[in-house]
Design a binder for this molecule. Sequence first.
Ligand SMILES: Nc1nc2c(c(=O)[nH]1)N[C@H]1C(S)=C(S)[C@@H](COP(=O)(O)OP(=O)(O)OC[C@H]3O[C@@H](n4cnc5c(N)ncnc54)[C@H](O)[C@@H]3O)O[C@H]1N2
Ligand code: MOO
Length: 485
Amino acid sequence: MEQLQGASRFNRKAIKVEEAQRRILHACVSGRVEHIPIGQASGRRLAASLTATSDWPPFARSGLDGYAVFSADTGSASPSQPVELDVVDQVAAGGQAKRPVQSGTAVRIMTGAMVPEGADAIIMLEQTFELERDGAARVGIKQPAAAGQNVARAGQEFRKGDAIAASGELLRPGHIALFATFGYETVPVYASPRVGIMSTGTELLPIGAELAPGLIRDSNSVMIAALVREAGGEPYSLGRITDDLTAVREAMLQAAVEYDLLLTTGGVSVGDYDVMAAFMRELGQDDQEDRGNQSDGGQDRVGSGAGSGLLTSRSQSGDGSSGEIGNADRLSAENEARRNAVPGSTTLLFSKVAMRPGSPTSAATLLGKPLIALSGNPGACYVGFELFARPVIKRLQGVGVEQALPQVTTATLTADFEKGSPHERFVRTRLFIKDGVQFADPLAFNKSSMMASLPESDGFIRIPPGSSGATSGSLVEVMVLRDYT
Ligand SMILES: Nc1nc2c(c(=O)[nH]1)N[C@H]1C(S)=C(S)[C@@H](COP(=O)(O)OP(=O)(O)OC[C@H]3O[C@@H](n4cnc5c(N)ncnc54)[C@H](O)[C@@H]3O)O[C@H]1N2
Ligand code: MOO
């Protein structure tokens, strides 16, 4: 089989995780919007800011079953010397008193009913007794009422026009109650991003196939599909792509038209048949490895054809060094343009990240759609998804760049983690709380190629670059993956 990569396979410039996240999140725009009935909206992201269409409550409401009174009448009331008032009307929830409350009178009222004009307090039934004098209904009040007591005044919670939910907010059942209250039958939400998933690797078997020497079942595609669904996207398994660059190019371009995000797994490293690495190189090139004093992600250079390689069909198997490096100013302007990738454009965003696992993780925009080439190693694939793909799926649902990034907490390490690294390292961990303290218990089988620890992982411990690991009892940063409590 023809080798897909030349010498340029080693010329990939690693950028920091943070910079890689920034590039890909700034290259995506919020996605499509649809209107759906509010009964289906919980769990979706709102696509507009919505406001209260009336004051809430819309009228002064009784908080109790009791009597609506004029509070000043009740000042001297006590169990031994109750105050007596004429009961001039009664009102149930949904009704309206026909007579106002005036000094010396009361209206019997039920919870949720509109407080009659003139009344400024509600006395609960338990603090009253009924009596009759000269055939007229009266009420004895055994306790004084303060003005406003047990009355929910109009506009107490919302004034007409107040914000009730912001664009990008994850809708919960409580939001649905507010939407109903303010008469929103349908709401605009971001359409679930359609995520096309492709795997690479001639060693991959379908899940139902028998094992054979040298072959393994494709577990990444379905794992990614599950992660996509969890993140609010709609996964579409597009199958396995072959190691043929022309076929890959066609499949990718077609998928970019049809899907909002493309995720691939495998074939992204320096191997002879790593087809995704070869394809990404067509979209733009990074300069040789760090040249000493260049800061990671800051001044990296790109070939002069960044973003245009695909469309001009650059030589497939050449070493790519035809992307001339010109003067620094021009390159820096090109870098800037690349970072502010225009929607619709085709651009390499990064082809290596200074992290373990998942260093070969790469990303581009293809016809304006984000493409993330995740590593084939299952552990690295999972980490790459959480660091880059989940934030993109959130961003496509209207979440702001900062909010789309993974949540980080701190926890006390339960065991030494001795593996240092010049790069940022993400270590799968269990999280638990004991006596109010959060602990991180690093899991065994933590290597990039290993899967055993994936189901149990509640988070990733972040070991900072350049450190020699972390000791038991020390406080570490942890990227939280799920609710583990
Ligand atoms: N000479 C070098 N070799 C490697 C380097 C390097 O820098 N120099 N990088 C290593 C690192 S780090 C990683 S990570 C891997 C990444 O490789 P790829 O992302 O290109 O992935 P593959 O080579 O296709 O596969 C790696 C591994 O994962 C298995 N795999 C692939 N796809 C699936 C799938 N869908 N389901 C389950 N398992 C899958 C595959 O069989 C391989 O065992 O490269 C190192 N090499
Ligand atoms: O970057 Mo790789 O996932 O460390 O083995």
